[in-house]
Write a protein that binds this ligand. Structure first.
Ligand code: SAM
Length: 283
């Protein structure tokens, strides 16, 4: 029996249910329930909140969230093999865990959860990045989620929290920090997972800012930032040619030196540029 919830240790759950990790689904499991409880505490008190957990696998993080008192957890898992193990957890926490078998990229959690909604996930990094970009992109702000607590490869986590003037600073940093506060909450070595991945991981915690750092249309902002970083080694006056018109006067109008490169521009600078582009096209 395990200490936190009376359910069997995760190693036994994996053995009983034949959950050998599948590489194709990016399965690296967390088996230490003290560690998963620690991750579950990152969003703060969840006793009055709903949690969307993406990719629960055998349920280590799910058990952490429930043991730490989350009011309600919706867990979306693509691998049908994990469902019986997750149903055992649901039975140990009556009425508090709902499990859906499916692809998180195709399910809208708002159909199943009452606010406030906190998102917690340990996902394959490509799915995690795709979902993060979607969670950061709505035209209405603040978004439906109150916080995001997401495991990434450490290198991706560093890109999310990167500051201007650094190599890691790019589209992900601007997108994440323009309308949210983002920080690395926990770093984990490969050995924290079974099987261990090749690289270290980190948990990133994001909270929406009530207002963006500077106002801009989200679609124009996204387009301008993608264009700038697409050719990050070029000076902006060349990198942004795709925006059309007089790029130099556009940049100067936004207070940006045209000979700078994409990684030198602050988030406020990009917002000013997006503002100038939108004003030019009469948007
Ligand atoms: N949360 C568990 C843990 O921490 O031990 C499992 C983490 S494992 C890195 C990623 C999990 O996400 C796997 O169980 C995998 O089957 C699941 N998964 C992968 N792609 C998914 C998708 N598109 N939608 C939902 N679950 C997915």
């Amino acid at each position: 029996m395990s200490a936190i919830d009376g359910l069997p240790p995760l190693r036994e759950v994996i053995r009983q249910h034949g959950l050998a990790a599948k590489k194709s689904l990016g399965q690296n499991f967390l088996l230490d329930l003290n560690l998963t409880a620690r991750i579950a505490r990152i969003p703060g008190d969840l006793s009055d909140a709903s949690v969307l957990e993406v990719g629960p696998g055998p349920g280590g993080l799910t058990r952490g969230l429930l043991a730490e008192g989350a009011r309600h957890v919706l867990a979306i898992e693509k691998d049908a093999r994990c469902l019986p193990a997750l149903e055992e957890i649901a039975a140990a926490y009556p009425g508090r865990l709902q499990v859906i078998e499916g692809d998180a990229l195709e399910i809208d959690p708002r159909d199943h959860l009452d606010p406030p909604i906190h998102v917690v996930a340990n996902l394959p990094y490509n799915v995690g990045t795709e979902l993060l970009i979607r969670w950061l992109s709505p035209s209405d702000w603040p978004p439906y989620w109150t916080s995001l607590t997401l495991m990434f490869q450490q290198e991706v986590a560093e890109r999310i929290v990167a500051q201007p003037g650094t190599k890691a600073y790019g589209r992900l940093a601007v997108l994440a920090q323009w309308r949210s506060e983002a920080r690395i909450a926990l770093r984990l070595p490969p050995g924290a997972f079974t099987p261990p991945p090749k690289v270290s991981s980190a948990v990133v915690h994001l909270r929406p800012r009530p207002e963006p750092l500077a106002p801009a249309d989200p679609d124009v902002m996204s387009h301008v930032v993608a264009t700038a970083f697409n050719q990050r080694r070029k000076m902006l006056r060349s990198a942004l040619k795709g925006l059309g018109g007089n790029v130099v006067s556009l940049l100067e109008g936004a207070g940006i030196t045209p000979t700078e490169r994409a990684e030198q521009v602050t988030i406020e600078g990009y917002a000013a540029l997006a503002h100038a582009v939108a004003a030019r096209s009469g948007a």
